[in-house]
Design a protein around this ligand. Structure first.
Ligand SMILES: [Zn+2]
Length: 336
């Protein structure tokens, strides 16, 4: 028997379509609650020859509730992403788990998206694993599944709370800045590139640094770029530095505008906030991404080629870009 409760009403479906996920995950969820996920127990109703055994644990009948919640392999995945509490209640129907993820008593999700979306992502990843095992004969690599799941949390979800305040009009009085440091962190598949462009107040480039490393998410890469810039400014004993970042989440967090931070990178963000707030001569401001092209381009290169610790007066590959993107104009637009 397929254990999806037969009571889904309009408000239930609104919840299903209201989750904040990629469309393919929404469609999966819709199939899921519309009795259309072809687990073995359901297939058996149409074809008596189907083996009902769960392809992940080989111990129990594969029902929806078993595969996504009760199966030891599924449990391991929920545990591996530190979210076992989402499935630890003893509920009889998968729909009830979905409704439970809407329960306000769970508190706020530490991610950019809500608990129901997080739950949907994990169930989708379990389904993908199950299909890989059956149709591609894949072996079960739980560490890889857990890493992939975390990666989806951090990179492929659309943020629920899009920033509405864009501080592009804020300007710094000219007396309050001696140096600008444009920072950017580039991120893809756990690889990060860091770029820092140091220039004087009118935009003449003094030097640049870039670096490479591994990080779990994009905001972490932005924070790591800022830490590189701050430590560099400290080494050189620079007075009154404005760090310029195109990561609004990071700037808002450091300036105390918001406390909403990416969970995976919270330690790095806290470190940034404490470094900036403990210095009287450091401030951070936001700039639109299109105005941060040099740091962006500088950060992409080490990410792509895994180049660590590059420290040059100015990377020659940026020469053509700086002719198009005039840093003097950008700096002038930041000060009043
Ligand atoms: Zn199982």
């Amino acid at each position: 028997m397929n254990d999806v409760a037969p009571f889904a009403d309009a408000s239930f479906w609104r919840k299903v379509w209201g989750i904040d996920c990629l469309p393919k995950i929404k469609f999966f969820l819709w199939n899921f609650f519309a009795y259309m996920i072809p687990v073995n127990s359901l297939l058996k109703l149409y074809n008596p020859d189907v083996d009902v055994i769960c392809p992940l644990c080989h111990c129990h009948e594969e029902t929806v509730l078993h595969l996504f919640i009760k199966c030891p392999v599924a449990k391991h995945i929920w545990f591996g992403v530190s979210l076992l509490h989402l499935v630890s209640s003893d509920l009889d129907w998968i729909d009830d788990y979905f409704l439970f993820w809407h329960n306000p008593e769970l508190g706020d999700s530490p991610f950019n998206v809500s608990w129901p979306s997080i739950g949907a992502i994990i169930t989708w990843c379990i389904w993908k694993l199950r299909c890989d095992v059956i149709f591609r004969n894949a072996s079960i690599d739980l560490n890889r599944v857990i890493l992939d799941t975390k990666r989806i949390f951090n990179t492929y979800i659309s943020p629920q709370n899009r920033p509405v305040v864009v501080l592009s009009d804020v300007k710094i009085p000219v007396a309050e800045v001696d140096h600008f440091m444009f920072v950017d962190g580039s991120f893809k598949d756990f690889n990060m590139g860091l770029g820092v462009i140091w220039c004087d107040v009118v935009g003449n480039v003094r030097s640049s640094r870039s670096d490479y490393g591994l990080i779990p998410d994009a905001v972490g890469a932005e924070a790591a770029a800022l830490i590189l810039a701050i430590s560099w400014a400290e080494e050189m004993n620079l007075s009154i530095v404005i760090f310029v970042s195109d990561c609004l989440q990071l700037v808002h967090f450091i300036n105390g505008v918001s406390s909403n931070i990416a969970w995976r990178s919270s330690d790095l963000l806290e470190q940034c906030r404490s470094l900036i707030s403990s210095s009287v001569s450091f401030k951070i401001m936001y700039i639109k991404r299109v105005k941060n092209l040099l740091a962006d381009r500088l950060a992409r290169r080490p990410k792509k080629h895994s180049i660590t610790g590059l420290w040059v007066s100015f990377s020659s590959f940026l020469n053509s870009l700086i002719r198009k993107e005039n840093l003097n104009d950008v700096c002038t637009s930041l000060i009043s």
